[in-house]
Design a protein around this ligand. Structure first.
Ligand SMILES: NC(=O)c1ccc[n+]([C@@H]2O[C@H](COP(=O)([O-])OP(=O)(O)OC[C@H]3O[C@@H](n4cnc5c(N)ncnc54)[C@H](OP(=O)(O)O)[C@@H]3O)[C@@H](O)[C@H]2O)c1
Length: 323
């Protein structure tokens, strides 16, 4: 089968489209024919070898985590799925497996059925980004009616967080760049701050939660815009954020969370339900074929893609199958 692989870590030039063996399906796995993939920053960070705290992927590795597809074969001990079922999920990339392939195998904790009414492309956009939004808000004790400031509200994580928070009746301020102000306003937020023109840390409001989806700030800065028991969530758990988290625990009633997503079947099902209800709608900025993955990852790393970059495997016709 064709796949987008890298044999060593490095810049996007290490990516190549090659023939690799079709994966063998274990007893507690599904073999899935991939119909859509969405790229995430973690894909290029892993390929670059940047995420030492997560570990390095086993090489050679297939790039990409989030996928949608159709069940081709059901492992002997796998219950609840049939050949032909539409599914979506997220691959454990550290194993060297990946989503940018014609086929993948997936364990039951990393997959769920794609709900009727949700396209494969939309389903493939859910797991890492919207999962981080949902669990990240939950980690901060998010409740209806709270005030929430979201950085990176034009990005995949931030926009999903805004969609969830707005739907649950929060008062939301979204922070984004000038090109995306109208998009973020369209998510239903009360206020939009263009970070290129205004410093959100200097505005005249305080928030129950500062969700730093862009990981562009710090607890020290954000706490000035937080209520007495406010919570700061950073999506990139670097040592400085972890230090702030420990320091806040002993010195303050405010909290700092270094968030790391834990994928599960229950989470994937929840995300599917939110997409079916129309709460989560991903903005797909571009769709590429396997040859376009390197360029899309470079553009994403340079902040030049507003929304999700999706990938369509060669075996999928130009028309996305609709549910
Ligand atoms: N910990 C975890 O488990 C986990 C899971 C998922 C993602 N993440 C991390 O979360 C981050 C966001 O992911 P994503 O998929 O949402 O990425 P994305 O779609 O590329 O979005 C990036 C966002 O950052 C904003 N931004 C860029 N520079 C900024 C600046 N100087 N100040 C404020 N905002 C700025 C962009 O705004 P404009 O485009 O409007 O300028 C955009 O909204 C990434 O670092 C990713 O690795 C972590």
């Amino acid at each position: 089968m064709r796949a987008v692989i890298f044999e060593r870590c490095g810049d996007e030039s290490v990516l190549a489209v090659k023939d690799v063996p079709k994966p063998a399906c274990g007893p507690r796995e599904l073999l899935v024919r991939v119909t859509s993939v969405s790229l995430n920053p973690v894909d290029y960070k892993l390929r670059q070898g940047m995420l030492r705290f997560l570990g390095r992927p086993r090489l050679p590795a297939i790039t990409g985590k989030d996928f949608a597809g159709v069940v081709e074969f059901v492992g002997a001990e796998m219950r609840g799925y049939s050949v032909g079922d539409r599914v979506f999920g997220s691959v454990d990339s550290l194993t060297g497996a990946g989503a940018c392939a014609e086929y993948l195998v997936i364990t039951e904790d990393r997959v769920a059925r794609t709900p009727d009414g949700v396209t494969d492309e939309q389903a493939s956009c859910l797991c890492v980004a919207a999962g981080t939004a949902l669990r990240g808000l939950e980690s901060a004790g998010f409740a209806a009616g709270q005030s929430v400031l979201i950085t990176g509200a034009s990005g995949a994580v931030g926009a999903a967080a805004a969609q969830i928070a707005v739907r649950r009746g929060a008062k939301v301020t979204g922070v984004c760049g000038s090109n995306n102000v109208e998009y973020v306003r369209s998510l239903g937020v009360e206020r939009v701050v263009d970070y290129k023109r205004e410093d959100w840390a200097a505005i005249d409001s305080v928030y129950d939660i500062v969700f730093d989806a862009a990981a562009s700030s710090s607890f020290a800065v954000a706490r000035r815009r937080m209520t007495a028991k406010g919570v700061y969530v950073n999506t990139v758990p670097m040592p400085g954020v972890m230090l702030s988290s420990a320091w806040a625990r002993v010195t303050s009633r405010q909290r700092c969370i270094a968030f790391m997503l834990d994928m599960s079947h229950a989470l994937i099902e929840q995300l599917g339900a939110l997409a079916r209800e129309g709460v989560l709608v991903a903005r797909v900025a571009r769709t590429v074929d396997f040859e376009g993955v390197a360029d899309a990852q470079r553009a994403m790393a340079e902040g030049k893609i507003y929304g999700k970059a999706c990938v369509r495997p060669p075996s999928i016709a130009s028309q996305q199958p609709q549910p």
